[in-house]
Ligand binder design. Structure first.
Ligand code: GDP
Ligand code: IMO
Ligand code: MG
Length: 416
């Protein structure tokens, strides 16, 4: 005890990397349990920023990481992460589940081909092979780490060729050979992730489960089909890491002070124009994985209320209060016009949703000196209008906001 899960409450990029690194101080293991190299988790260490795709960002605090069976494993990306991490924080210990599904060059190519086939209806994926790896996994056509280690994937090349041959010019044997070489290179890292987590928890150590993507990108609960091909809600931590629900003792939901989304799909509170551009530039709102500009919108209470419920969020970590500063007025979507109690499930109903906004006073810029003052003074030091914004969100959601991010640094956090 305890198992702490960190999940995104919006459409990803909420700041889960920084939050997990902050909350993992004193923890002994950081776990990734879902998604793959579509994730980009950034942590700022001094003046340097580190963007990780497979390893949890919380590894900067724990120096030990585990990759659960629920992860779509891209070994090359993982090796690059290890290199970046070790250059920044020294030696890290990594354990990979033998059950993790592998992403090979075939799945990466198929991701691009399927996007092209969808034409105007493309999802805007990160092209990291996530969808095709999921198709193979659930069709029992996937290749796992242990399958290649034990030479149990001989028949799959012929099946892949027949199933996927019309879409790819790649030689599937080459894709598999490359995957096998990579697995051989990392086989010393393969271990029993589930037992490792159970051991840590039963000896009283803290384990941080670092979610990838965000609730609205969940394959079942998100804005389907504009979602990712895995589960992103807190319950996925148990399944994707190999523990039961009783190993999860606390769920921290991460939300930005506004909303962003990368890729296509409905986004009720989106706005464009000079204000969106200025928030994007101030906040460096460009994808950590693809560099694409993130779409910008106001904070969306109906969406967050749905996310808090799905995740059983115990508390919220609200990031980027500093990025939303310097606006004379800020808006908060408190409901959708004419919408019922439940969150709209179809793309067309979400596209029809008309947000009803409340306007609140903005707060001044939080610069370097202001940040130091706030870190010393805590929540009470925040301008009244910023506190009113935070408290209005809490009141609407009924979930406490326990932490507030006021800068990209791991320690740029005030507790409420
Ligand atoms: P993740 O995918 O949820 O881990 O988020 P990303 O790393 O893709 O994007 C979040 C960005 O916001 C990163 O560059 C973080 O360093 C940054 N960030 C996180 N919290 C804060 C905050 O409170 N203030 C500011 N200015 N930046 C933050
Ligand atoms: P982190 O962990 C933001 C989005 C893509 C696309 C959709 C499907 O950094 O928050 P995929 O490549 O998964 O098939 O793409 O999901 N997406 C993310 N958006 N943050 C992420 O991860 C994302 N991972 C996938 O932009 O719209
Ligand atoms: Mg990200």
């Amino acid at each position: 005890m305890p198992g702490l899960v960190v999940v995104g409450l919006q459409w990803g990029d909420e700041g889960k990397g920084k939050v997990s690194a902050y909350l993992a101080k004193g923890a002994s293991l950081a776990v990734r349990f879902n998604g793959g190299a579509n994730a980009g988790h950034t942590v700022k260490l001094g003046e340097k920023s580190l963007s990780l795709h497979i390893l949890p960002a919380a590894t900067v605090s724990t120096k030990a990481a585990a990759i659960g069976p629920g992860v779509y494993l891209d070994i090359e990306e993982m090796l690059r992460d290890i290199e970046k991490l070790e250059a920044a924080v020294g030696k890290v210990h990594v354990v990979i589940s033998p059950r993790a599904q592998l992403v090979t060059p075939l799945q990466v190519e198929l991701d691009a081909r399927i996007e092209e086939l969808r034409g105007g209806g493309s999802i805007g994926t990160t092209r990291r092979g996530i969808g095709p790896t999921a198709i193979n996994k659930y069709g029992r056509l996937g290749v796992r780490v242990c399958d290649l280690l034990e030479g149990e994937a001989q028949n799959i090349a012929e099946v892949w060729r027949r199933v996927w041959g019309g879409l790819t010019s790649l030689r599937v044997e080459e894709a598999l050979e490359k995957a096998a070489r990579l697995v051989e290179q990392v086989k010393w890292m393969v271990g029993d992730v589930s037992s490792l987590i159970h051991e840590k928890l039963s000896s009283g150590e803290t384990v941080v489960f670092e979610g990838a993507q965000g609730t609205m990108l969940d394959i079942d609960h998100g804005t389907y089909p504009y979602v990712t091909s895995s589960h992103t809600v807190s319950a996925a931590a148990a399944l994707g890491a190999g523990v039961g629900p009783k190993s999860i003792h606390r769920v921290v939901g991460v939300a930005k002070s506004y909303t962003t989304r990368v890729g296509a799909g409905p986004f009720p509170t989106e706005f464009t124009g000079p204000l969106a551009d200025s928030i994007r530039e101030r906040g460096g709102e460009y994808g950590a994985t693809t560099g694409r500009p993130r779409r910008i919108g106001w904070l969306d209470i109906p969406q967050l209320r749905y996310a808090c419920m799905l995740n059983d969020a115990d508390e919220i970590f609200l990031t980027r209060l500093d990025t939303l500063a310097s606006q004379p007025r800020v808006r908060l979507c408190v409901k959708y016009e004419g919408s019922g109690d439940s969150f709209p499930e179809s793309v067309s109903s979400l596209r029809r949703a008309r947000p009803v906004y409340e306007e609140l006073d903005g707060w001044p810029e939080i610069g370097e000196s202001e940040r130091s003052r706030l870190l010393a003074e805590g929540y009470g030091g925040l301008p009244r209008s910023a506190r009113q914004y935070v408290e209005r969100i809490e009141e609407e959601l009924g979930t406490p906001i326990r932490y507030i991010g006021i800068g990209p640094g791991i320690g740029d956090v005030i507790m409420k």
